[in-house]
Design a protein around this ligand. Sequence first.
Ligand code: FES
Length: 218
Amino acid sequence: MMAKALATEAELNFLAVKGPALRDVAGPLGRPTEIEKWGRVACVGGGVGTAVLFPLAKALAEIGNEVTTIIGGRAASYIILADELGAFSKEVLITTEDGSLGRKGFVTAELADLIADPARAPLAVFAVGPVPMMKAVVEQTRPHGIKTLVSLNPIMIDGTGMCGGCRVIVGGETKFACVDGPEFDGHQVDFASLTDRLTMYRDVEEKCRLENRQGSAQ
Ligand code: FES
């Protein structure tokens, strides 16, 4: 299990993540990943999305796919699992926004080079990371007709398909990421509505964060 701490100590207490125990864990949720023999595949991970990408890329390699892994982050400290992914990837390409590790820039630069090279071009792409990154990957593969699966991370509440919090539009239909996903055909995903939904509670989240900080300071 991998976790990225974004919160202050007080906020982590609020989430009841203390010591060596988590209060609750639910899962597995959703549908299993489509692991098929494609031949050459590219697995693209951004930030903590690389942790989600890891078992997926490993399973693809284990059934005989030639996996090229591209991982990116804001800086070197945000790059995770490069060695572990290297154990079964044909190559691991790293990008950082500040150039502190690997190529300076975004994962899409490496993907563009890969697609342009007939000897390395992937027949399928798997992308896990921030929504803008997945959207950019999808727009890169769309003109080439390369099958692209994205792992979506909408707001989730119950994780059982009852609250509707995680709904996304895929191919013009409403889907629930917690039961129908989390992976979807990226070329069918309505990224604009996903982005809107991810930011719709930002004011409330910020207000809670401030109240929590003030409470912990007293
Ligand atoms: S999280 Fe409630 S329906 Fe998916």
